[in-house]
Design a protein around this ligand. Sequence first.
Ligand code: FMN
Ligand code: SF4
Length: 710
Amino acid sequence: MSNNNHFPLLKSRARIGKLELRNRFVLAAMGSNFAEKDGTCGERIQAYYENQARGGVGLIVLETSSIVWPAACSMPHMVGFSEDRFIPGLTQLADRVHKHGARIAAQLNHSGKVSQEDTVAGRPLWVPSLLQKGTSDMLSLLTPKELGNFIKAAGPDGKGPSYHVMDQADILALIQQFAAAARRAKQAGFDALEIHAGHGYIISSFLSPAVNKREDQYGGSLPNRARLLTEIIRAVRAEVGADMPILVRLDAKEYRIEGGITPADFVQTAKLAEEAGADAIDVSAYGNTAKGIAFTEAPLVHQPGGFLEFAKMAKAALSIPIIAVGRVELDVAEKGLATGHFDFVAMGRKLLADPTLPSKVMADQPEQIRPCIYCYICVSQIFINQPLMCAVNPNLGNEHREHLIASSNESKRIIVVGSGPGGMEAAKVLAERGHRVSLWEKERDLGGTARIAALAYEPNGRLIRYLADSLRRLAVDIQLGKLATLEALRAERPDHVIVATGAARKAPEIPGKHLKHVFDGDQMRGLLFGTDAAAARKLPLYQRLMLAAGRNLQLLRHIGLMRTLSHFWMPIRKQVVIIGGGLVGLEMAEFLVARGRKIVVLEPTANLGPELSIVRRSRVVHLLKEHGVELVTNADIRAIESQHVTYQLDGKDYQAQGQQVIIALGASADTSLADQLQAGGLQAVAVGDCKRVGYIDGAIHDARAIASTI
Ligand SMILES: Cc1cc2nc3c(=O)[nH]c(=O)nc-3n(C[C@H](O)[C@H](O)[C@H](O)COP(=O)(O)O)c2cc1C
Ligand code: SF4
């Protein structure tokens, strides 16, 4: 442990109302789909939240929960607060959280127009006034399997949602339902309540001028639109008494929604909430769900610290604590606390990736925090009605199972071959379990193909760094530039060999693929990192010289530096055709277009980026289109010529212009090394892409599963 006292304010105790919290970390509410089918809290969800509490967070905000279960639910396994039968499970959950010193708030909600489960059951959705039906642009990007999960959301008649405009009696009933749910939360031993007044749910539908077109005292002016919220706060206060803190989650802005909530509206609403008795404001935002990109503007903001400005505005206008959220890095959080821009920081994805983040900060070991890679897999799971999972944290959702990485009784000699995320994760888990581990990598640097992914998408680089640092800390014997052969491995007499050498990439037989201006994904990686001499020979002399200089100066070894330098120069021409619109093709396009290249992506199938999560896929596709990238699906590639690629679409001939062609197709599993080692008498097992081609999550989860059994 280091002696530095980093982040003193994040570590400091503070109060919301009369509730004292052990630090400033709040687990942001996140739907998990871990509740039981009947809305109760069983072992899975209890174990998940207990583990979050064990990780050191000050306050847990339980995920969105229905005050009228099974109605008003946005996911199939949603927690209920609407009947007393829910209290025993909630009590157990709260007790397990308290055991570890954390506090817990219930997030009370009615999903209103987002109540997908009402549509599934054929019930109308409650709304303040009639809505236009719309569809999301994400739907056109779904794979057939994902689409299958959406079908039931069209309801029993397949026609999609129907709506019920709430009358005054409904409004009164709703207020009472919130109050009754709050009473149950208190009975179950919860420490606080969060009234969800954001994210398109019922209260925010009343707050939003774009949705609320009522002409009674609940519509029109801002105080009228906020009336439902303030009446709910008052009713809840009357029910739970003065001591139980009431947090209110509000949207500070509605992105890409014409006439939606503005930051000025938000501040005014927050003041009204304070006057009505709220003890804290949790500052979020919302985006138009018809646009996939908007979801990554809000609520799952992609821009680091994207909502901090709003928190600051609220702090300046209110006297109750303000909770900031939205990709807030630790140093930014500490600074925001120091400058008085907010009082607490809620974290969502970071605490999924590493629930022990607060303890690591408390112990001055922030460098040991497993980073989130902003891949949006977690939330995409919820979109397709599946349980929450995290790409980099395989333990998430499995807390109720036996602990995944129990120590081994026997310390074995294990060699891991290949240092992509799968290989490094395997080596890490094996070393943590007490084995003697060597990691062999044939290149000069750790990371494997994830290095190119890190070049295109910065958060991937953090994962490589974290894994590499963990291995060094665990004293794993790292051997770079070491080629694994049967003879070399045999000579080491390992008890086990883990083969994590990644996928084989063989470009399909397209006429012209051997031309000098054509590169496959591996060659492109080799070019950019200066490790493929054969690929470099295809370049003109001046480009070869530039690359050689970069290699000699060791510039090509540093991903961050490469990301910056490549904005100024790289051996890629101005117009590029990428054949293949999967993960590699899209990330390559993202990287190149950001560096001023004109790109056409030709994808032979109907699906773009199926390996990417839905939310990240729709973000990437949107941004590529916005930057003028032409994305062609169902392209039947005919031939690569010197200045263009010919393809057919619906039987018609087309040409995509490009002075350079990248073939990002043809990745396949490759167990040849593992097979050879097994045949040679070694205990070898394949993990990750060499077994089954996928995304980082597949490699990491597979590696951990295998490493935990040795
Ligand atoms: C998987 C997932 C589920 C979420 N579910 C909820 C929810 O139930 N209620 C809510 O208010 N916000 C929900 N959010 C939004 C988070 O509370 C948080 O505001 C958002 O993730 C931004 O914070 P972050 O950048 O730290 O992840 C969810 C986010 C994620 C990633
Ligand atoms: S799934 Fe991806 S985005 Fe979500 S928490 Fe894990 S790493 Fe972060």
